[in-house]
Ligand binder design. Structure first.
Ligand code: ADP
Ligand code: MG
Length: 215
């Protein structure tokens, strides 16, 4: 009886975590076609599934062009982590920045940042995808600095580090942000061809690009 009760509690907890994570549940490990991804990335992704990196507050930085599977891959990892009992919140960079700015206007930025620290992992999708103003980037920097060595962030970006000044606006803040994110991190490169373009081609009857084709 007691064992059943404990099991049911665990199931309920995972249900709750999945709901509050804002993860798209269809982007999961089972629907992720590993053959489409660079072998090194697959190996790194598998390494994340144990969740040990969360205990070390390590970050995950994933780079690649649009359509290379960044969002799907990190959502899949996140969902596996939740099923192992960890808490993850998925957000996009632009949404997160809007929420941070609102909290700042309401004089509760610190409180909001503290609320976010409850999550074992924060998945920030599409860093640098939308150009942000300096004020917007400052609040993002505040969050990253606060979370440094206290909680993991999982970031996807289509911009290489060399282009991050477009994101953080000035060289000092850019260097400081990169420094904190990279210090304890796994860097994953997804350089495959666009899955979206391939499936569009397939539906028109054309051959898909092979993994590893260099454009
Ligand atoms: P990115 O975030 O790099 O722009 P997405 O993860 O959004 O790319 O992938 C684009 C689309 O292709 C999504 O619908 C995603 O589910 C699908 N996709 C990409 N890579 C894979 C893959 N390896 N296996 C299955 N679906 C994939
Ligand atoms: Mg994406």
């Amino acid at each position: 009886m007691l064992q059943q009760e404990t099991q049911q509690r665990q199931i309920n907890r995972i249900e709750r975590l999945l709901k509050s994570s804002r993860l798209p549940l269809e982007k999961n490990w089972a629907t992720l076609d590993l053959k489409r991804l660079p072998p090194k990335a697959v190996q790194q992704l598998r390494g994340l599934l144990s969740g040990d990196f969360l205990d070390r507050c390590d970050n995950v930085l994933m780079f690649g062009p649009p359509g290379s599977g960044k969002t799907h891959a990190l959502c899949a990892v996140s969902q596996e982590l939740i099923r192992a009992g960890r808490s993850v919140l998925k957000t996009t960079c632009s949404l997160l920045v809007q929420e941070l700015l609102k909290a700042k206007r309401d004089l509760r930025l610190n409180e909001f940042v503290r609320e976010l620290s409850r999550w074992d992992a924060l998945l920030i999708d599409d860093l640098g995808y939308v150009q942000q103003s300096r004020e917007e980037m400052e609040v993002l920097f505040t969050l990253l600095a606060e979370r440094y060595e206290r909680g993991s962030v999982l970031v996807t970006s289509n911009l290489a580090f060399s282009q991050w000044e477009q994101i953080f606006k000035d060289p000092m803040t850019t260097a400081a942000a990169i420094d904190r994110l990279v210090h304890h991190s796994v860097i994953i490169e997804m350089n495959g061809p666009s899955y979206r373009a391939d499936s569009a081609k397939r539906s028109r009857g054309g051959p898909p690009d092979k993994q590893g084709d260099q454009k």
